[in-house]
Design a protein around this ligand. Structure first.
Ligand code: NZQ
Ligand code: ZN
Length: 390
């Protein structure tokens, strides 16, 4: 097992009716900005439940709506202006990954006095993290199980055609309320997206190469088995509480640092996927469903030991040659995505051979030239993977 430094400060409050805890969890005299997206939290009643608790104490409550999927810098800057103007001291994100991520940027930019007027520069720090010591405290009421943003310190922010990782080690939500019932109103496509994003987060930290990290491997395998078990059910039967609760908890656990501690991590599928979203508007998980099968087919030799482990332990493929196990596991994964309703080829979105060069140029611009657990996915390999995904 590799050395690691596991740090996570988010309190998780999970289950039906847990918004009732909000009055206890949010400081009594807070000047709070509630952030949300395009309005789903108003139509499904989540916002009413949130506010009903917050008004129980003497808080000043402000709102900022309109954070779009793949949150944009210029939108978030409008919320930053409100924070400065109203002297907001607590942020509550009510929504999916985009709202939670956007709120993490707001938390940093609102206090980054040395960056006033040049906040775009905060997007240049990438995975290294912004050097802002005390971002505004934030918390979340999560409504879409997918990104893990409710229990990590990361975000992804879009600026023009750039979709950029945004980190700050102090940006862990203080708490996150995870009520699976709040996710019942998600359209089937978004639930499928959540299953696929959670799946790909898990395998980016598991299907690499072995380092004898047994707890991490078996926890990842537990998440993947759960997703195979409940994936289709929770897409087709949205109000089945237990299936949905299992998805919600798997999503959170897949990207809160636990399964990634002490193991090699890949993330090449995500980095290529981000370019597809930025250039062609695919949903985050739609992009992953295309890139993952092609990446595995192309790199099956480098990933052979863990692909065989995945085939045997997660999918129960114990007969046949190693090649047979690997290919069957990849095919079963692609079929799983298809059965959830996701497409797995670029052409399904009208992206053709002539687009490949543009995607590769974007990867180059963003420094994504040595991806994967071994840093061996060069631009040339990314190009071949994209061609395989056509
Ligand atoms: O905007 P509203 O009206 O709320 O509608 C949203 C949005 O249209 C809707 N929705 C959310 N909860 C709902 C609901 N509709 C009905 N009922 C509900 N309960 O769903 C749509 C998509 O929402 P969004 O937040 O964009 O989806 P998701 O949670 O998949 O987040 C995607 C973003 O997260 C980033 C992605 O790149 C993308 O920008 N990621 C963040 C990560 C992180 N912070 O660690 C890691 C991920 O790999 C990912 O990159
Ligand atoms: Zn993801």
């Amino acid at each position: 097992m590799n050395n690691f430094n596991f740090y996570n400060t988010t309190q998780i409050v999970f289950g039906k009716g847990q918004t009732k805890q909000l009055d206890k969890l949010v400081p009594k005299n807070a000047k709070i900005l509630i952030t949300y997206g395009g309005g789903s939290v108003y139509t499904n009643g989540v916002m009413d439940k949130v506010k009903a608790e917050l008004v129980k104490s003497d808080r000043k409550i402000f709102e900022f709506g309109g954070i779009e999927p793949n949150p944009r810098f210029e939108t978030l800057m409008k919320a930053v202006a409100i924070c400065r103007d109203k002297k907001i001291d607590f942020l509550l994100a009510v929504g999916g990954g985009s709202v939670m991520d956007g709120t993490k940027f707001i938390a940093v930019a609102a206090v980054a006095d040395e960056y006033i007027g040049k906040e775009e520069e905060l997007l240049k720090f990438g995975f290294a993290g912004t050097p802002i010591e005390n971002p505004l405290p934030l918390a979340t009421v999560a409504t879409l199980p997918a990104t893990g943003s409710e229990m990590n310190s990361g975000a992804v922010i879009t600026n023009g055609e750039d979709k950029l990782p945004f980190f700050n080690s102090k940006n862990f939500p203080r708490f996150s309320i995870l009520d699976p019932e709040f996710t019942y109103t998600l359209p089937p496509k978004q639930v499928a997206n959540g299953v696929i994003d959670t799946f790909v987060h898990t395998v980016e930290q598991y299907v690499t190469y072995p380092v004898d990290a047994r707890f991490q491997d078996r926890t990842s395998e537990g998440i993947l088995q759960t997703l195979f078990e409940i994936g289709a059910k929770t897409v087709n039967e949205p109000a089945d509480y237990d299936a949905r609760a299992n998805l919600v908890w798997c999503s959170t656990m897949a990207l809160n640092g636990l399964i990634g501690s002490g193991v090699p991590q890949d993330w090449s599928v995500h980095m290529i996927g981000h370019e597809l979203t930025a250039l062609y508007g695919l949903d985050h998980a739609q992009s992953l469903a295309i890139v993952l099968p092609a990446m595995w087919r192309f790199r099956q030799v480098e990933k052979s030991e863990k692909l065989i482990q995945f085939a045997e332990r997660v999918l129960g493929i114990t007969e046949g040659s190693d090649d047979y196990k690997i290919n069957k596991a990849i095919n079963m994964t692609e079929t799983f995505f298809n059965e959830l309703g996701a497409k797995t080829k670029l052409i399904d979105y009208g992206i053709t051979e002539t687009d490949v060069e543009k995607i590769i140029k974007a990867l180059e611009k963003h420094g994504m030239t040595a991806l994967s657990e071994r840093g061996d996915v060069t631009l040339d390999i990314s190009e071949q993977v994209l061609r395989m995904a056509l």
